[in-house]
Each structure stands twice: as C-alpha cells, then as structure tokens.
Design a protein around this ligand. Structure first.
Ligand code: FAD
Length: 481
C-alpha cells in the first residue's frame, strides 16, 4: 500500500457510483485510494436490474427539474455503449448488456397509458427511435388474462446491463492501473482538520487526503455525520429498500420487458442476464430509519414481487428455478434528486441520492464529480451540484406523492372497484394541499411538520403513511411490503 498521506483523493464506496468516479479519476492520472468492503451484501448496484432507460422512467414531467433530469438521463444513455466499450478495453472483460427495451401498459397501473403517451412524445422530441408492437408478439411476455397488455412499444435507445459483470469489470480496470490502491475496509468517519480530511477506517487506521469523495450509497451521511451534513447544507438522505430475484433457465427473453413506473419502483420488469438468467425486479419500500433495517430480503417482498411479475409479465415463471435473491438500499435525497460534486466544504465531495437511476447515471455523475475534483471547467452546468438549492414545486410534489402512495398501497394487484382510484387520489391530494396551505390545527400541524422534514412530498407523503401505520396497525397486522 502507498503512504497513507500520498493519495490525491480518497473515494469511499465501491458501488456503481464510487467505481465510476474512480475509473474517471485514474484516466486523468490521479493517485487514488478506494476504500470499501469487498462483500456484496445489501449493495444497491448489485441488486439493480439495471435498466438504462431515460424514456421508460418518465412519469409526469410537470416541472423544470424533471425535464432537466430527463436531459441528463438521455445524455447518460447515449454515452453508455461507448462507456461499456472503454471499460471492456481497460479491464479485458466484456459486460453483458442488451440494447432495446419493450414497455407494456396494462390494467395494473392507473396511469400506464398516459405515461406511455408522454414517453412517445419525448422520444420523438429527442429524435430517438421506437416502434409500436403487438403485445402478443413480445418474446417473454405471457401475462394472466386479467393483466392483458393494452399497449406496447420497443424503445430502441433503452438498454439493460448486468451489474454483476459491470462492477467486477470496473474493479478489474482499476486493479490493472497502478494509480488505484484498493482498500477492503469500512470507513467509520470522514472529518476535516485544517485543509486535510481524515478518513477513519476499521482496520487500516486513519488515511489522510486533501480530497475526500464519499459515495457510500444510502450510508453516505452516516459516514459524514449529521453535524457536517448541516454545515455543508446538504439535504437529508433516506432509502428505498429494494429486492430482486434472479432465475435460471427460464423462457427466452432477448430484451428487457417492463411496465411503466409504479410505486416509486421502476415498474416491474424482466431483464435478460448472462448465463441464461433472468432478473425479476423490483420492490421499493421507502424508509427513514436505519436502525430497524431487515438484514436481507423479506418473505413479504419476495411474495409481492412474484405475485406482480407472474400476474403481469409471465405466468410460466412458476416452473422456473430461483438462482439467487438480492437486496439493496436505493439512496434517496430529501428532494429525490441526485447530488454529485463539490460541497460547500472545501475538499469534501459527495455523489449519492440517485434513487432508482444510479447505474444509469453513473457515467455522467462520474464525469461531473471527477471534473470538480480535478478543478476542470465542465462542458455544461452540473445540475446535480450539492451546492445548488432545490427549486420545489408543491403542487407537483403533492400529485407525485399521492400517486406513489396509492401505487404502493395497491401493489401488487393495483385494483379498486369502479372509479374509486380516481376518487381516492382526488381526496388525498386535497387533504395534503390543505395540510400545506390551510389554517392551523393539530393534524395539519403534524402533516406540515412531516412535509417540512421531508419536503418532497413523494417521500413526505409516504413517510406520513408509514408513521400512521406504525402507530395504529398492530405489530402482527398487515404491513406494506
Ligand atoms: C432492486 C433495485 C433495482 C434497481 N434498478 C435500477 C435500474 O434498473 N437502473 C438504475 O439505474 N438504477 C437502479 N437501481 C438504483 C441503483 O442501484 C442505485 O441508484 C445505485 O446503484 C446507487 O449506487 P451507489 O454506488 O451510490 O450505492 P451502492 O451500490 O449501494 O454502493 C454503496 C457502496 O458503499 C459501500 N459502503 C457502505 N458503507 C460503507 C462504509 N462505511 N465504508 C466504506 N464503504 C461503504 C458499500 O460497500 C458499497 O460498495 C436499483 C436499485 C435497487 C435496490
């Protein structure tokens, strides 16, 4: 190992984000240390599908911030094929991926058809190729008749990548360079002392650097600590726990097949993987309490996922063998927006908050973060800068929050009789508007306090929901997965 004072920068975390930043920095001849445990348990990047799918992810596009983010996702998606090629060249390892994603709408999602029309509009606006297809001609799609597809298309610019090969390939590329020192250890804290950052580890003592880059996914702020978070005026960080299942020797699946997004997750999807495997994803349970985390996938999550996947995508999977089950914590910032680059504290950089698009955004986040570490001028504004205030739009946030809550509550079947879904959505939207804008009383105060704590109501509303459940539903009662 190099002298512990000899690193130009230290990166904490070796998920898709940490490895991509490290890859970018060694290409720019920086001597770095990458500190992170090598074990894969609970890592979001390994549990991810991972779809690189700017248009399939579109939900509403009602605010400028959503439109900006879409532009960045399109940029990352266009960059991916050459990025994978570069990784293959430097590592000597090909990464399994598939270009093209089928998306289908059905009765499982109240807003599926609207979302698909918005996707068509945006793919046309960005000049991206797509093709309308007959659902019954999609290989790998065989739903229960109650979930017969209404509408389908092949999004040619979307792709999926096997992260169980991407992460090892990035590790290998780093190993082959003499600029990266890989330290298999856990970091307990990152603290400033003058111009220097002290990176404390469990087994390797304290490492020193002028530039600390913390990208430990949902654990990032546990390492930085609350005091520094507040000092750097960074938003809070929460998580969306996700479970996915990989099966082996299933039906033929040349391309990923997915539904539009629901319940804060990336819809449900089947993704082709190396070695004749198929990835089934994914659940998403929003959480704020790091002390009460299950230590693995729960039976409820697995049940929910199988129920949804077999009903909506392929009934025949019941006869197929499970290869393994993965889980991970998606890092979600208070504003549900990624943060990447220099903080207000000189020498402290972070890259996290990527929620369900971290693998997708990795090349762009790495480019922004590395440029700021290197002090280079960026080719365009870093819209993910942690120094940028978030311009919230309350009505949009409330609409998104209520839809996410309903989708969560209705998952996996998504059914309410008559037009109850629309009634419920309208009712809850109005209640939350009242909470934000109405006069004071105890309930409104409580709701306001929750929304103030988690101002993006996509999370705030889900948090209020979980708090009420925790308080009023008995321990052994029904609990959402
Ligand atoms: C089920 C599921 C499906 C998903 N699907 C998609 C998808 O289709 N497309 C997409 O783009 N994204 C998807 N995502 C989201 C994506 O996985 C995340 O946004 C992204 O992987 C976050 O990467 P990360 O490197 O920040 O975090 P992680 O991948 O969680 O990595 C965190 C790293 O930090 C390390 N670490 C943690 N604590 C410490 C410590 N104390 N000291 C040192 N190191 C530490 C860990 O060991 C790990 O290496 C999905 C996520 C899940 C869970």
């Amino acid at each position: 190992m190099k002298d512990k004072n000899n690193f130009d920068a230290i990166i904490v975390g070796s998920g898709a984000i940490g490895l991509s930043i490290a890859f970018e920095l060694i290409k720019n001849n920086l001597n770095i240390a990458l500190v992170s445990p090598r074990s894969g348990e609970g890592i979001a990047s390994l549990a991810a599908g991972a779809m690189i799918d700017a248009f399939g992810e579109i939900e509403y596009l009602e605010s400028d911030i959503e439109r900006q983010r879409l532009r960045m996702e399109v940029k990352a998606q266009r960059r991916y094929p050459s990025w994978l090629k570069e990784i293959a060249e430097r590592s000597g390892r090909e990464v399994f991926h598939r270009q093209g994603i089928f998306i289908v709408s059905n009765n499982g999602g109240e807003h599926d058809v609207t979302k698909m029309n918005l996707m068509r509009e945006q793919m046309s606006a960005f000049g991206e190729d797509f093709e309308e297809v007959e659902p019954k001609e999609i290989p790998g799609l065989k739903p229960n008749y109650l979930f017969r597809a209404q509408d389908a298309m092949l999004m040619k610019s979307g792709m999926s990548v096997d992260t169980t090969q991407l992460l090892p390939a990035l590790e290998e590329a780093l190993e082959k360079s003499d600029r990266c020192t890989r330290i298999d250890d856990r970091v307990t804290s990152v603290d400033p002392e003058g111009d220097i950052w002290k990176v404390k580890t469990v087994n390797n003592g304290t490492l020193l650097t002028e530039k600390a880059i913390v990208c430990a996914g949902a654990h990032t702020f546990k390492i930085i600590g609350e005091e520094l978070r507040v000092k750097a005026t960074l938003p809070k960080l929460y998580f969306g726990r996700g479970t996915s299942i990989t099966v082996i020797n299933g039906p033929d699946l040349p391309y990923c097949v997915r539904t539009p997004n629901r319940a804060l997750a990336c819809g449900i999807h089947l993704v082709p993987r190396h070695g004749n495997r198929i990835y089934l994803g994914a659940t998403n349970l929003f959480g704020t309490d790091y002390n009460q985390l299950p230590t693995g996938p729960t039976c409820g999550e697995v049940h929910t996922l199988f129920e949804a996947i077999m009903s909506e995508l392929h009934t025949g999977l019941r006869n197929v063998c499970i290869d393994y089950i993965s889980w991970g914590l998606r890092p979600i910032s208070q504003f549900n927006y990624p943060m990447a680059g220099a903080t207000h504290l000189p020498g402290l950089f972070i890259a996290t908050g990527t929620h369900r698009t971290g693998v997708h955004l990795s090349p762009v986040i790495a480019e922004f973060t590395a440029a700021e570490v290197l002090g280079k001028t960026l080719s365009e504004e870093n819209i993910f800068s942690p120094q940028k205030p978030y311009p919230g739009e309350t009505d949009v946030d409330i609409a998104l929050g209520i839809r996410s809550l309903l989708a969560t509550a209705l998952f996996p079947n998504g059914r309410l009789p008559y037009n109850r879904m629309v009634e419920l959505e309208t009712f809850m939207t109005e209640i939350f508007k009242l909470a934000v804008k109405g006069e004071q009383d105890e309930t409104r105060d409580r709701l306001r306090q929750v929304l103030q704590d988690v101002p993006l109501s996509e999370q705030g509303i889900l948090r209020a929901y979980h708090e009420v459940l925790e308080k009023f539903v008995p321990q052994d009662g029904p609990y959402p997965t």
